[in-house]
Design a protein around this ligand. Sequence first.
Ligand SMILES: [Zn+2]
Length: 102
Amino acid sequence: MDDIRVRPDDGVETDPRGGRAWCPYCADSLEYVWDEVLRIARCPGCGVSTRDFHVKSANGFWNEALKQRFDDGVKRSRRTWIRGEQKMVSQTVLRLPIVPGE
Ligand SMILES: [Zn+2]
């Protein structure tokens, strides 16, 4: 577990409102995707969720307000996690706009 990069590299951009966060396992800043089934945000690279200890620590998600802002950003992005055949893959799923009143 020594190779986990628990802090973003200097100059790496993370953007909670846009759903971009650091992944300590991919050692990169990535646009997370939303898992509708479990209602969690996941890294598109390795599938780790924001419930992960190191993901929380790297991004300050122990702060519930910040975590909530991030989750909302991922949801708003409409990036959705799809279960593939052998492994999970991520892709953007186009959906119809939500009709007010429905
Ligand atoms: Zn990752």
